[in-house]
Design a binder for this molecule. Structure first.
Ligand code: ADP
Ligand code: MG
Length: 692
């Protein structure tokens, strides 16, 4: 249960004065639907209204606060023309300009003959000083109230600064003074203030520097990181203490599979398998992340790990994010499995009726030793006789809940999560805490580095002409058109057009796959490309090219500047898989920003996924890495991992101490930490507590 002290903060935003049903969606878009969400909407800049020069000394475009004497109102004959109010600053005329304003309101605000303090942006129009729509107009007695530094916030269309600031102030006023959750010695060491004070100060920065960074912001960032790390640590602790099962395998089955492989394992593959074996033979549940670049050979590691579970008399499952990938795994694994007398079943969303029933029956009675498939594997009616190992390919494409659903299908299921997206260590920590990780940091032998070039899109004709020779020599080409998420239809149109143009040069040799294609049609095109009936595959997304076509040696990426580094790296990894030399052309359009230029340069300079991931973090900042939505990494509202990395490490150490000393958060500090977890929406972690 959420502590009731937080109720006011978790109320809908419409409980704040001035936010009705009409404005609520705008606030929701900008910050969130609850009062608490406004607390994390910090200023992005400042307006200093203390600047109060003589009008004649004021610079055009500056925000100034002036004391003016109102002379007379000049009401326009047509409502389309502005209403002008003529005033004086000493001897200098200043005109206040209003559009669409009501006369009686203006007469009350600025009565002729009286003095008013006016603050706004000053402009000069043909030697005349003007302020259009002043921000503030107050009587002299209230001068001090507007001679201040005012924060400005990120906005969204339809929502202006004034109502937003007011809403944020109202949210701050509602903030209860929460009991301190931080260690007092740690607070003192950093000279940090209590939470509520820090929050209020952080919302009212007094200098431009403080907008970006201040002790108060750091403290709040630390609160957020502590909530993140503590939640991960609690979940992990629960997994640790829930019983696992030791899987004893002699390795005989694995040995037979290895003997039928057309290659020997790399050192990295062997090392990783040893790490996995050690986990699986322990009576605690395995939760291990296997990171390995595209083409590093994760599939065979998965297969050999599954052999251990099967040899111990249980079943294993491998889940892939797309139908194409599931089928590809099936095609690779089935012959190897059958050669040693193992039964595999493939289950995807496309299996229906009798065929599906028969697959389910085989999984339930143990006829099938292992299952490959998509999300379809964790549907309700799918049952295993005895599932002991779940391998999750491209794990970032699945939610935490989905991963849990699959492991709930067995008893103390070990989990091996695989990813081809190398995650920098900092981000690893925020997403997985101290989850065990193995790295496949070596490629299978014989791979040649991909020759990467950066070219302007204008050289299209030349590039197309250049394709004739490699195509005559049986090369195959991926041609990627960019996906800009905001407008899928336009992206699609660009890809269709590209395919059409290429078709003119290479008749009957061009295929097109994109996200809106039916999966059967997608498979058909992919199969034709794999079989060599098509030479060029035009594709819109990364998803569709997640397949292994060793003959493909050329990767062309249009508008490469629009892709993130990790995406580019993933795409390039589709070539260079066979023993022939491969190339990658990064075609850029204009304008090319400095950041985009750097990204392309990084691609040319290295093909090490881990180096690329670190560069990505530096170039873009944590939240944006890996394409935010797809990454499955947590986004932070306050913390910025490019500068708060030190705090992340401290938060991890702190969490460890807390969970060791008070695993169920029952001490007085533990209780305050529960409040912290709720404050940052980490309730799921609280539910793992025994007295949650
Ligand atoms: P990924 O890590 O991207 O999933 P895969 O498992 O698909 O990589 O492996 C890529 C290719 O490398 C496959 O064709 C696979 O058969 C091959 N492969 C895997 N391990 C080795 C190895 N030790 N030696 C040679 N080829 C290997
Ligand atoms: Mg793979």
């Amino acid at each position: 249960m959420r502590p009731s002290v937080l109720d006011k903060l978790f109320a809908p935003i419409t409980t704040l004065p001035g936010i009705g049903p009409r404005m609520a969606p705008l606030y929701a878009k900008l910050a969130g639907e609850r009062v608490v969400d406004l607390l994390w909407h910090f200023p992005s800049g400042l307006i200093d209204r203390r600047h109060s020069p003589r009008t004649t000394d004021a610079q055009t475009g500056q925000v100034v606060t002036l004391t003016l004497t109102v002379l007379y109102h000049d009401k326009p004959s047509s409502s389309r023309r502005p209403y002008r109010i003529h005033c004086l600053d000493g001897d200098t005329p200043v005109t206040l300009v209003y559009f669409h304003a009501k006369e009686d309101w203006l007469l009350r605000l600025l009565p002729p003959g009286e003095q008013r303090v006016v603050s706004g942006t000053i402009d000069r129009f043909q030697d005349e000083f003007q302020i259009t729509h002043p921000d503030h107009v107050v009587p002299l007695a209230e001068r001090d109230q507007i001679m201040t530094i005012e924060p400005v916030h990120p906005l969204t269309g339809g929502l202006t600064e004034r109502p937003l600031s007011r809403a944020i102030e109202a949210a701050l006023e509602r903030c209860p003074d929460l009991p301190e959750w931080q260690n007092p010695a740690w607070l003192a060491k950093n000279h940090w203030k209590p939470w509520l004070d820090s929050l209020k100060i952080a919302h009212h920065p007094q200098t431009v520097e403080a907008v970006e960074d201040s002790p108060e912001r750091r403290r709040l960032a630390y609160d957020e990181l502590l909530a993140n790390q503590l939640a991960l640590m609690l979940v992990r602790n629960q997994m640790r203490t829930s019983k696992g099962r030791p899987l004893a395998a002699s390795g005989e089955l694995r040995q037979r599979v290895m003997e039928s492989l057309p290659f020997t394992l790399t050192k990295a593959q062997q090392r990783v398998l040893t790490e996995i074996d050690a986990d699986m033979s322990q009576p605690i549940r395995m939760l291990r992340l296997l990171q390995g670049d595209v083409g590093s050979g994760k599939t065979v590691v998965a297969l050999l790990s599954m052999c251990s579970a099967i040899e111990a008399g249980a079943q294993a499952a491998l889940m892939a994010p797309t139908e194409i990938l599931a089928r590809q795994h099936y095609a690779t694994i089935k012959p190897l499995a059958e050669a040693v007398g193992l039964q595999v079943r493939l289950l995807t969303g496309r299996d229906k009726g009798k065929a599906r029933d028969s697959i389910l029956a085989d999984l339930a009675d143990g006829t099938a030793h292992f299952a490959l498939g998509t999300h379809a594997l964790f549907q309700k009616d799918v049952q295993f006789k005895d599932l002991a190992l779940a391998v999750i390919d491209e794990q970032h494409r699945f939610g935490v809940q989905q991963r849990l659903d699959l492991t709930a299908k067995g008893r103390a299921v070990d989990v091996l999560a695989m990813t081809a997206t190398p995650i920098p260590r900092t981000l690893m920590l925020t997403a997985y805490g101290d989850m065990d990780a193995s790295r496949l940091d070596e490629r299978p032998p014989g791979r040649k580095p991909v020759d990467t070039r950066i070219l302007p899109l204008e050289r299209f004709d030349e590039i197309v002409t250049g394709l004739h020779r490699p195509l005559a020599a049986q090369a195959r080409v991926y041609w990627i058109c960019p996906l800009v998420e905001e407008n899928e239809d336009l992206d699609l149109a660009a890809a269709v057009e590209r395919a059409r143009v290429l078709e003119q040069f290479f008749p009957a040799k061009v295929g097109l796959v994109h996200g809106k294609l039916k999966s059967a049609e997608k498979d058909r095109v992919m199969a034709a490309f794999q079989a060599g009936n098509l030479d060029i595959l035009v594709a819109t997304t990364v998803v569709e090219v997640g397949v292994d076509v060793p003959e493909a040696t050329i990767m062309i990426i249009e508008h490469a500047e629009r892709f993130g580094l990790s995406q580019l790296h993933q795409l390039r990894g589709r070539v260079g898989r066979g023993d022939r030399a491969s190339s990658c052309l990064l075609l850029y359009g204009h304008p090319l920003s400095d950041a985009a230029k750097k990204r392309l340069e990084v691609m040319r300079a290295t093909d090490d996924g881990f180096v690329i991931a670190e560069e990505d973090l530096l170039l873009r900042g944590g939240g944006e890495v890996l394409g935010t939505k797809q990454s499955g990494l947590p986004e932070f509202k306050i913390a910025d991992l490019t500068k708060d990395g030190d705090l992340l490490n401290a938060a991890r150490d702190d969490s460890k101490l807390i969970v060791n000393a008070d695993p169920d958060l029952t001490t007085p500090r533990g209780q305050t930490l529960r409040t912290l977890l709720y404050l940052f929406d980490r309730d799921a972690a609280v539910k793992t507590l025994r007295s949650g």
